[in-house]
Design a protein around this ligand. Sequence first.
Ligand code: NI
Length: 170
Amino acid sequence: MLVKTAVRKVVVLGHPALRAPARLLSPEEIKDGAVQRLVQEMFATMAEYRGVGLAANQVGLSLSLFVMGLEAKHPRHEGGIPPTAVFNPQVRFLGAEKASDFEGCLSAPGLRGEVSRYLKLELSGLDSAASPFTMTCEGFPARVVQHECDHLMGRVYLDRMGDLASLSYA
Ligand code: NI
């Protein structure tokens, strides 16, 4: 690569993009050079801000796209999460089992709060080559997927907190 991939600015609560539902992308749009560059910039931005997931509306774009990734051996999730970009994600919950755990969000810096999420789900969507794929996620990765898919519907984890009493500064 001739030039370093740009890091985008992550918008915080109050920015209208965080509350706007994202629109789906066509396979042609996904293959467009500008969108391909956006995916790389979102990975670079997520790494720079030390996030585990990042939705396109967190960089101010109402597009149905998120990225996620976590190195293996990370204390949060031993198995890590392979770098994954998902366009037009759809989630199907597998089972009714839920678990509560703390979440944070790059768009609500410094805060942590407990959220109940489904434990297991099937994620489908288009990858960065616009090819359809399906994967099963369980535990922490399933939590990340639910958090990012919420973003794409204009929701944040704070909306999902049953009780704000656990909300705290990290
Ligand atoms: Ni978030």
